[in-house]
Structure formats: structure tokens, C-alpha cells
Design a protein around this ligand. Structure first.
Ligand code: B12
Length: 225
């Protein structure tokens, strides 16, 4: 059943955003449950509510209006809401997997919310996803890619220092002769950086990450034909 009352839906989504901004995990959980009960699209609740909230807290952190402990509590509220909403995202039923993707956050970097959401969306869209977690060295990406025969490797980096690890992953993959395509992402990644690292593409939102993965998987298959 989908929600009829638009203002109620808006209230829930705004409430989710405010819960994160106000470091209020209990409200984030309560509103996530309410979103589910009232038929709010789970992805919309995540993107327009929880993710907007954590982005706002990030801006406050930049402006020194919020500090690390607050950022941690806000992230926990955001993750608690995601944990409830995630199982509600329907997978597109496929006969055949669209490809295997190994994804992780690079070494020295503990941010995982974006990577987790990208992994979840890729899975919901028919990819076989192997999430190796956060703070992962180059070797862990290579090892898993070899082990599962990955078509794509995805690397997330959220800070200007740790993004250099993405470049190292690209170099190591080429050195090892791995054919998998490499896609990168994270708050500090843009087109110029993606090109500089020699990766095959980047995305800064969930929809583009799925489109990019589909494109890369198709190209990969054409190359091996
Ligand atoms: C939440 C958060 C935290 C949480 C992380 C919780 C967790 N478990 O993930 C905590 C509090 C732990 C944290 C810690 C730190 N943080 Co922090 N954090 C953030 C914050 C506010 C939000 C990140 C987030 O989750 N966003 C929501 C998700 C959905 O967005 P996203 O990650 O960008 O992902 C999207 C896209 O980028 C893309 N994407 C992401 N990954 C991938 C991968 C692939 C393959 C693809 C295709 C796409 C893709 O798709 C996603 C969906 O839209 C950002 C601010 C910001 N604007 O990003 C700062 C931010 C990233 N943090 C920052 C900093 C400095 C730190 C710390 C160093 C602070 C400190 N002094 O200790 C530590 C890092 C420690 C470490 N070693 O990693 C800085 C980085 C600055 C810089 N330019 O280097 C930022 C930008 C804040 C700021 N403005 O200063 N942080």
C-alpha cells in the first residue's frame, strides 16, 4: 500500500532528516518504522531523509558548528534508520546475475555509509556484491577480486588523504593484470580525480552508481567476447 497523504509522507521524511541533524537515534528509528508502516518508499526515506541529515551535519562539522562526537552520534542515528529501511528495498528479480562486484572503503578510511548504500543498490539491481568492509588495504581488494572473479571493483574514499589509495588500487589491479573494471566514489571524488587515478568511472549518487556499474559490466563482457 502506498502512502496517500502527501503531507504525512513529507513530515516523516523531514522528521528523519531532523532526527539525524538533532543527533536523535530513537526518533530516527521510530520514524523509519513509521515510514515502513505508512508505505513511504524506503529509498526515498533514506536519500531524502537520513542522507540529507548526515550531509547537513557534515556541513556543520566543516563550519565548526558541530564536532566529532556529534558527527559520530549523527552517523549512528543515520545508520540505525538505514538498518530498518534496508530490508524493505525490493530486489529486481533476475534470472541471471548482472556481474560480480567487489566493493570496499580504502585503507585508513572508516567511512562506510555511502559504500554500504551503493552495495545495497547494486545488489537490489541484480549484481552479486561482495562488500569487504572499510579500512581495507589494496591487497584485500585484489585478493577478493581474484577469489570471486570480479567484473568490477568499487573503491570508496571520503577524505582527501585516503583517496590516494584509490589510485594505488588501480595501479595494483593493472600490475596484476586483472581485467575487472574499476569504479570509484566518495565525497572527495570528482571527474578530474577519477581521470587522474586511471579508474574506469566514478559516481556521486546511488542512481549513477548503478548506471555506471551496468555500463561497465556490459563493456567488460563485450571485451571478452
Ligand atoms: C558521517 C561522517 C563521519 C562518520 C562516519 C561513520 C561511518 N561509519 O561511515 C565518523 C564520525 C566516524 C567520521 C569520521 C571522520 N571524518 Co567524516 N564525515 C562524515 C560525513 C558527515 C558524512 C559521510 C556520509 O556518510 N555521507 C552520506 C553518504 C551517503 O554519502 P557518501 O559517503 O559521499 O556516498 C555517496 C557518494 O559519494 C557515492 N559513493 C560513495 N562511495 C562510493 C563508492 C563507489 C564505488 C561509487 C561508485 C560511489 C560511491 O555514492 C554514495 C551515495 O550517494 C562527511 C561529510 C560529507 N559531506 O561527506 C564527513 C567527512 C567525510 N569526514 C571528514 C573527516 C575529516 C573525518 C575524520 C578525519 C574526523 C577526525 N578528525 O577524526 C574522521 C575519519 C577517520 C578515518 N580514518 O576515516 C571530512 C573529510 C574532509 C576531507 N576533505 O578530507 C568530511 C568531508 C567532513 C568535513 N566537511 O570536514 N565521519
Amino acid at each position: 500500500m502506498s502512502i496517500e497523504n502527501v503531507s504525512n509522507k513529507k513530515e516523516i521524511i523531514d522528521g528523519l532528516r531532523n532526527a539525524v541533524v538533532n543527533y536523535d537515534e530513537e526518533s530516527a528509528k521510530r520514524l523509519a518504522k513509521e515510514a515502513i508502516e505508512k508505505g513511504v518508499e524506503p529509498l526515498e526515506a533514506i536519500q531524502e531523509g537520513l542522507v540529507k541529515g548526515i550531509t547537513e551535519v557534515g556541513e556543520k562539522f566543516s563550519a565548526k558548528e558541530a564536532f566529532l562526537p556529534e558527527l559520530v552520534i549523527a552517523a549512528e542515528a543515520c545508520l540505525a534508520g538505514i538498518a530498518l529501511l534496508k530490508p524493505q528495498i525490493k530486489s529486481k528479480k533476475q534470472m541471471k546475475s548482472l556481474g560480480k562486484i567487489v566493493i570496499g572503503t580504502v585503507y585508513g578510511d572508516i567511512h562506510f555509509i555511502g559504500k554500504k548504500l551503493v552495495a545495497m543498490m547494486l545488489e537490489a539491481n541484480g549484481f552479486e556484491v561482495y562488500d569487504i568492509g572499510e579500512d581495507q588495504p589494496v591487497e584485500a581488494f585484489i585478493k577478493k577480486a581474484k577469489e570471486v572473479g570480479a567484473d568490477i571493483v568499487g573503491a570508496s574514499a571520503l577524505t582527501t588523504t585516503t583517496r590516494f589509495e584509490q589510485e594505488e588500487i588501480v595501479k595494483a589491479m593493472r600490475r596484476e593484470g586483472l581485467k575487472a573494471k574499476i569504479m570509484i566514489g566518495g565525497a572527495v571524488v570528482d571527474a578530474a580525480w577519477a581521470e587522474m587515478t586511471g579508474s574506469d568511472g566514478y559516481a556521486d549518487n546511488l542512481q549513477d552508481a548503478v548506471s555506471l556499474a551496468k555500463e561497465l559490466a556490459e563493456h567488460g563482457q563485450e571485451e571478452t567476447m
